[in-house]
Design a protein around this ligand. Structure first.
Ligand SMILES: Nc1ncnc2c1ncn2[C@@H]1O[C@H](COP(=O)(O)OP(=O)(O)O)[C@@H](O)[C@H]1O
Ligand SMILES: Cc1cn([C@H]2C[C@H](O)[C@@H](COP(=O)(O)OP(=O)(O)O)O2)c(=O)[nH]c1=O
Length: 215
C-alpha cells in the first residue's frame, strides 16, 4: 500500500523541526512506519546542494538560479528517498518542500509563478503532498526563537523582518489557495498544544485510524 506524504512549511523558527519529530513519534507509537526527511537535502547529493544554498554560495546567481538548484536537489530527493519510501508504504514527513520554493523564490525572489509551476509539474509530478501543515506565527516571534536557539544564522534567516512578514503572508496565501491540501496551525501555542493540533488534523484529514497497521 502506498504511504502518505506530509510536508511541514512556514517561516523561520515556527517549530517545524520540533513538531515533525513529535509527529513521527506519535505515528510510530500508533504502529505507522515513518521516514523523516528535510529540504533542501534529504539524500546525499541533495545535502551537497544544501551546503551551497544555505551558505549563501549561490546567492549572487540570483533567485532564478537558486530555484533551479532547489529543484535539482528536490528531484534527487524525490527519486532517492521520498518515492521509494512511499512505495514501501511508509509515511514520509518532510521538513519543507515545494511551497518553500513558491514562497521564498516565487513571492520573495519574484521568480515568475508560472515558471515555478512548470518546474513543479515536471519534477514533483503526481508526488504532491497528501497534507501540508503550515505552521503560522508572527515573524518577529519566530525570528526571536531562531536567535535564542543559538545556531548560526543562514542565508535566509539573515533577511529583514519585512522579508519574513511577507513570507508569512505568502504561506497563508498558499493555504487559502489550496485548502484541501493545506492546514494552518497556530504555532505560537506551547509545544504540546501545537503537537496535539497537528495530530488532530492528521487524524481527520488522512483517516489515520482506518489506515494504520496495529503495532
Ligand atoms: N511551541 C514552542 N514554543 C516555544 N519555543 C518553541 C516552540 N516550538 C519550538 N520552539 C523552540 O524554538 C526554536 C526553533 O524551533 P525549530 O523547531 O528549530 O523551528 P524551525 O524548524 O521551524 O526553524 C527551538 O529552540 C525550539 O526549541
Ligand atoms: C526547500 C526550500 C528552502 N528554502 C530556504 C528556507 C530556509 O531559510 C532554508 C532551509 O533552512 P533550514 O535550516 O532547514 O531552515 P528552517 O529551520 O527554517 O526550516 O532554505 C528556500 O528558500 N527554498 C526552498 O525550496
Amino acid at each position: 500500500m502506498k504511504g502518505r506524504f506530509i510536508t511541514f512549511e512556514g517561516g523561520e523558527g515556527v517549530g517545524k523541526s520540533t513538531q515533525i519529530r513529535r509527529l513521527a513519534a506519535s505515528l510510530n507509537a500508533l504502529g505507522v512506519q515513518t521516514v523523516l526527511t528535510r529540504e533542501p537535502g534529504g539524500s546525499p547529493h541533495a545535502e551537497e546542494l544544501r551546503e551551497v544554498l544555505l551558505s549563501g554560495g549561490a546567492k549572487h546567481f540570483g533567485p532564478f538560479a537558486e530555484t533551479i538548484l532547489f529543484y535539482a536537489a528536490r528531484d534527487d530527493h524525490l527519486n532517492t528517498t521520498i518515492r521509494p519510501a512511499l512505495a514501501k508504504g511508509s509515511w514520509v514527513l518532510c521538513d519543507r518542500f515545494m511551497d518553500s520554493t513558491r514562497a521564498y523564490q516565487g513571492v520573495l525572489g519574484e521568480v515568475e509563478p508560472a515558471l515555478i509551476r512548470s518546474i513543479e509539474r515536471v519534477v514533483v509530478g503526481s508526488t504532491v503532498p497528501d497534507l501540508t501543515l503550515i505552521l503560522d506565527m508572527p515573524a518577529r516571534d519566530g525570528l526571536a526563537r531562531v536567535r535564542s536557539r543559538g545556531t548560526a544564522i543562514d542565508r535566509f534567516e539573515g533577511e529583514s523582518l519585512i522579508f519574513h512578514e511577507k513570507l508569512r503572508e505568502a504561506f497563508l496565501a498558499i493555504a487559502e489557495f489550496e485548502p484541501r491540501r493545506c492546514a494552518v496551525i497556530d504555532a505560537s501555542a506551547s509545544q504540546d498544544e501545537v503537537a496535539s493540533a497537528i495530530l488532530g488534523v492528521v487524524r481527520k484529514r488522512l483517516d489515520l485510524d482506518a489506515t494504520r497497521v496495529p503495532a
